[in-house]
Design a protein around this ligand. Structure first.
Ligand SMILES: O=C(O)CCC(=O)C(=O)O
Length: 197
């Protein structure tokens, strides 16, 4: 067995499963160090309501095809998967029985860096997209809120070596964010495997 616990989050109109120890501590430490140094991190500007901002994190796009990914007025063109990204992708695919093509990687350099409320619902992801989201490094809080029912919220801590799988109607009905924190914390790497066929 590759991981110990499987925790389905009990969220209405969604299908979210959390695997807190998907990777061992040893694997997670090694992946954190290698990915930090080998991923070609870039700092992009985004346009929101006509204004230009630096994105509050670094990003990179990798894929096993040439299909670009666009969001917030950015178009990202993928590089070929590195060995580590491919190994991680294979391990996830075996566990969840979904084949991914693409990985959007995020690097949060400290607690001041974040990812605002959004749904992963760009048209190139198709209907009911599956997103497999891996954490290495500092643990961070992750929030969900229902798009149509303000009473429905959920949050969890994403720990080092965890996998969060969002699928089914999750992106249609819920937003998610990774808020800032005032805690003095280290870097966190997030890998979101997606299908852009
Ligand atoms: O860093 C995270 O856990 C969230 C990443 C995310 O929401 C995204 O890349 O769309």
């Amino acid at each position: 067995m590759l991981f110990t616990e499987v925790l389905p989050l009990n969220m209405k109109d969604a299908d979210v499963i959390y695997y807190p120890n998907f990777f061992t501590q040893e694997q997670s430490n090694a992946y954190f160090n290698t990915l930090l140094n080998t991923i070609e991190w870039q700092e992009d500007t985004i346009k929101v309501f006509g204004k230009t901002y630096l994105q509050p994190r670094l990003t990179a796009l990798y894929a096993n095809n040439k299909n670009p990914y666009s969001y917030s007025n950015i178009i990202m063109h993928p590089k070929a998967f590195t060995k580590e990204l491919n190994d991680i992708k294979n391990k996830i695919e075996k566990a969840v029985h979904i084949k991914f093509t693409t990985c959007l990687a995020n690097l949060y350099r400290n607690g001041n860096e974040s990812n605002g409320w959004h749904a992963d619902n760009e048209k190139e992801l198709g209907k009911n997209p599956a997103i497999a989201s891996v954490t290495f490094g500092a643990e961070r809080m992750f929030h969900f809120k229902h798009k149509y029912n303000p009473n429905l919220k959920s949050k969890l801590i994403l720990n080092h070596g965890s996998l969060l799988l969002m699928k089914g109607s999750t992106q249609e009905n819920w937003l998610h964010q990774l808020p800032k924190t005032k805690k003095l914390i280290g870097k966190r790497i997030n890998l979101t495997f997606r299908i852009i066929a």
